[in-house]
Each structure stands twice: as structure tokens, then as C-alpha cells.
Design a protein around this ligand. Structure first.
Ligand SMILES: *[C@@H]1O[C@H](CO)[C@@H](O)[C@H](O)[C@H]1NC(C)=O
Ligand SMILES: *[C@@H]1O[C@H](CO)[C@@H](O)[C@H](O)[C@H]1NC(C)=O
Length: 350
């Protein structure tokens, strides 16, 4: 038996099985009936594309990112029209937004944290509180830090105006939001914001190695608004285990939304293969990443063999126009590079 499950079982016995059996099952049925689009299927091809976007957004050379000439940009994605790159210097955040003409979608990508030490950041996740009521969703609680990083920085206004700008040119276009690690948490709040506050109809989310961001009520509400949501987790990646979920107190702790897809490695050497395990719609499938110890940093930085971390040795560093000007945290003045969408450059139809 896996250790985490064993531990949970011991606790359940000690606590007289409270809330684990009856409460859990009812909650599950409840969730299934409320999930309108449980038929939404994980798309491997899409995941392979989106992990490239989530990697590209870590590029510190903002000019190369904007011109889509950065090493991580030119790799696999050809038909991408960059519209806006946003760097919030003060809060050390970065995002971009553009149009993928193959997918006929707006892509919004958020970078993960670029703190001095990712280890410190992860350690801090242990103890963060569900300290904010999500506006307009009774009982839904989230962590104010994740919420604020999207809602109370320069990212949100820039993204919302870029979406409007793109939609005035490409009116019938869907939206895909993506990100890795902390970027996945920002992507979560962005996707929800677009549906709840901007009235967007066709928004999907795919994140890589994101932490939990809210409680069970938030998770349920989130899945109602964003039925097309996939959270990829890789093997023993530590971050999806943070902040902790306590299975014997399922309603009062942090709780992932669904649907997890667990990337686990099987076999060794030449026989090694990556299994994409589609998890149940509870958000906390005990047979997926929760069945192992989440203790790996290297699994966190690698999804499908794509590197997901900043290409700089110092944190919060940004470069403009290839090495000429450098912007560091504290200098002030956020960076926003934008252009208007230009359909004549892209001839893909429908
Ligand atoms: C999966 O996504 C790709 C685009 O990345 C698309 O061409 C394909 O039709 C999708 N497959 C399914 C089954 O939806
Ligand atoms: C708009 O896009 C959707 C899905 O991408 C498609 O099914 C629909 O036919 C499109 N509508 C028009 C008027 O092009």
C-alpha cells in the first residue's frame, strides 16, 4: 500500500472514520451531477503544444519573446501571433497573450515564480491560509496571494484589454489559458475571471504542476464555470501536493479542482514510458499523484521533457532588446509590449 494512503487510513481509524466514508461519497455524486461537461477529454496533442507556451513564458529576453524568436519560441510552434508581453517588475510576474492560428485560439500564458529560491517558495506553501472569500461565490475560499497576483497587479488589465483587442479582429475565437507552477495558479484565476466577469463562453485551462489554490467549494464552483480544465501533474512533482490536502478533513482544507492528468513513468532504461493517467473528477483522486510522495523538484521542472524554469541565474531579471537594457526588480515601471492583431499575416482559414 502506498504510504500516503496508509497514513490517511491510520488517521481515519484514529478519528473513528469521521467524514471519510459517507461524507466523501455523497460529495462525489454531488460533483458528478453538477459537472455539465464530464465528457471533455484530455487531448495529448494540445498538452504538447501548451507545455511549449508555458516554457516560452519563462524567457527573460522580453524582446525575443515578443518577436517570438526566443529559443523556446521557435521550437515547435509556428503559427503563433504574439500580441502582448506583460512584465510586472514590482511583483516579479510575467505573462503573454497572442493567437494560435492552428488552434484558432487566444493563448494566455503565465510564468511561474522566479523567487530567489524556489525551495523557500515551496516551503512557504505549507502554511498559507485559505484567507480570502472568492467574490460572489458563497463558501468559496482561496489564498489571497495567488488571487492578488492576478487580480491586483498590472497583469489583469493588460490581459483583459488584449483579449478585447484580439476579439475585435478575430471575433469567433476560443481562449486557452496555461501556465506552470505559480503560473498555473494565476492561469486558474484568469480563466475564471474571463468567464465570471468578462462573460467569455469558450475558455479552457491547462496547467502544469500547479499548487492548490482554494477549498472544496471553490473547486466545485470552478469546475462548473470551467468544465474544460486539465491539471497535469508529473510523477513526484512536489508542488501539486501544496498546500496540503487532508483527506480526513476534505471540506475545510485546500482542495484541487478537476481534472488531474497524472504523468507517471513506468519501466526503466529503454522500456521507460510515460503514462498519461486520466484521474477521476473529484479533483483529489487517491490513485493519481496523491498515491505517491510528492517530494521531487526535478519532476516539477520537467513536463514531457520540456524545461519549465527561467533561463536566468538571478531572480526577477528581464532583458530588453538583447542585452542592451536590463531591468531588475525594484527599478520600477512595468514592461508592456503590444501590437495590434494582423490577420493579413496569417492565412489559416476556419
Ligand atoms: C486535439 O488537439 C489538436 C490541436 O492541438 C486538434 O487538432 C485535435 O483535433 C484534437 N483532438 C481531439 C480528439 O479533439
Ligand atoms: C465559431 O466557432 C465554433 C467553434 O470554434 C464553430 O463551431 C462555429 O461554427 C463558428 N461560428 C461561425 C459563425 O463561424
Amino acid at each position: 500500500m502506498h504510504k500516503s494512503r496508509c497514513l490517511a487510513l491510520i488517521f481515519a481509524v484514529l478519528l473513528g472514520f469521521f467524514s471519510l466514508t459517507s461524507g466523501g461519497e455523497i460529495k462525489n455524486q454531488h460533483r458528478e451531477s453538477r459537472h455539465g461537461d464530464s465528457s471533455y477529454i484530455f487531448n495529448h496533442t494540445l498538452a504538447i503544444t501548451l507545455v511549449e507556451y508555458s516554457s516560452a513564458v519563462y524567457t527573460i529576453d522580453v524582446s525575443a519573446l515578443f518577436s517570438w524568436t526566443c529559443a523556446r519560441c521557435v521550437d515547435k510552434i509556428k503559427d503563433f501571433e504574439m500580441v502582448e508581453v506583460i512584465v510586472d517588475i514590482e511583483n516579479c510576474l510575467q505573462a503573454f497573450i497572442g493567437v494560435d492560428h492552428n488552434l484558432n485560439s487566444i493563448i494566455i500564458a503565465f510564468r511561474g515564480t522566479q523567487e530567489q529560491s524556489i525551495k523557500n517558495w515551496i516551503e512557504d506553501l505549507f502554511s498559507i491560509q485559505l484567507d480570502l472569500d472568492y467574490p460572489g461565490m458563497p463558501g468559496a475560499r482561496v489564498h489571497h496571494g495567488f488571487y492578488s497576483a492576478y487580480h491586483r497587479t498590472s497583469l489583469r488589465p493588460a490581459i483583459l484589454s488584449a483579449v478585447q483587442n484580439i476579439k475585435s479582429t478575430y471575433w469567433n475565437i476560443s481562449i486557452i489559458v496555461t501556465g506552470h507552477s505559480m503560473g498555473g495558479a494565476l492561469a486558474t484565476f484568469c480563466a475564471l475571471d474571463l468567464v465570471v466577469n468578462s462573460g467569455e463562453k469558450d475558455v479552457q485551462l491547462m496547467t502544469f504542476g500547479q499548487p492548490r489554490v482554494g477549498n472544496a467549494v471553490f473547486a466545485t464552483d470552478f469546475n462548473e464555470y470551467i468544465p474544460k480544465a486539465i491539471r497535469l501533474t508529473h510523477q513526484n512533482d512536489i508542488v501539486p501536493h501544496m498546500p496540503p490536502y487532508y483527506s480526513y478533513f476534505p471540506t475545510i482544507t485546500y482542495h484541487h479542482f478537476s481534472r488531474e492528468v497524472w504523468l507517471r513513468e513506468e519501466g526503466v532504461g529503454k522500456d521507460k514510458q510515460l503514462i498519461e493517467q486520466i484521474c477521476d473528477d473529484s479533483g483529489e483522486d487517491p490513485t493519481c499523484s496523491r498515491s505517491v510522495y510528492g517530494n521531487s523538484l526535478s519532476d516539477h521542472f520537467d513536463y514531457y521533457g520540456v524545461e519549465l524554469y527561467a533561463d536566468a541565474d538571478s531572480p526577477c531579471k528581464f532583458i530588453m532588446a538583447e542585452g542592451t537594457e536590463e531591468y531588475n526588480k525594484g527599478v520600477g515601471g512595468n514592461i508592456r509590449l503590444s501590437r495590434n492583431p494582423n490577420p493579413t499575416l496569417f492565412r489559416q482559414s476556419s
